[in-house]
Ligand binder design. Sequence first.
Ligand SMILES: [Mg+2]
Length: 191
Amino acid sequence: MVARRAIGEDCQLFVDANGAFSVKQALGFADASRQADIRWFEEPVTFDDPAGLRHFRERAPDGIAVAAGEYNYTLDDARRLLEAGAVDVLQADVTRCGGVSGFMEIGVLCEAHHTDLSGHCAPSLHRHVACAVPRLRHLEWFHDHVRIERMLFDGAPAPLDGAIAPDLSRPGHGLEFKAQDSRQFMVGESG
Ligand SMILES: [Mg+2]
């Protein structure tokens, strides 16, 4: 309720257990948090337990979307979660799932399972490929990554009304490494 009070009534409240709960603990948490109106519960139980995720999903309060998939490294990882009916929204991370090609393949797999896809963190690296998948729900705006992207790259996106879009005036993913700005973080350089 502290988080709900902090964000007010007009924002959706998302929570992420990082797989820390058992199914019963996650159900207990969700039940005890009904008044907070949680809309997204990420990894209520570990992604390694698709049956447990499905068990939670079938018994969780209405309105909670169950998500998992940030640890999808292969197409089979994503397929197992989808085939088990483990999630309302699958996640994928372009830095882990085989890059742009892997993310695109998972996007098609989601389409075949009538399930939305959400991009996990690293918003600068997702914004182009996320536009190319058929069922994108949203893209996680992870502040630590945003901060680092802006420190080290020209062309990192700035949100406008809660959305980002590719900068079509720049080639490729739109990022250019700030070599000079990065030198202060260099380690192992003598002198
Ligand atoms: Mg997470």
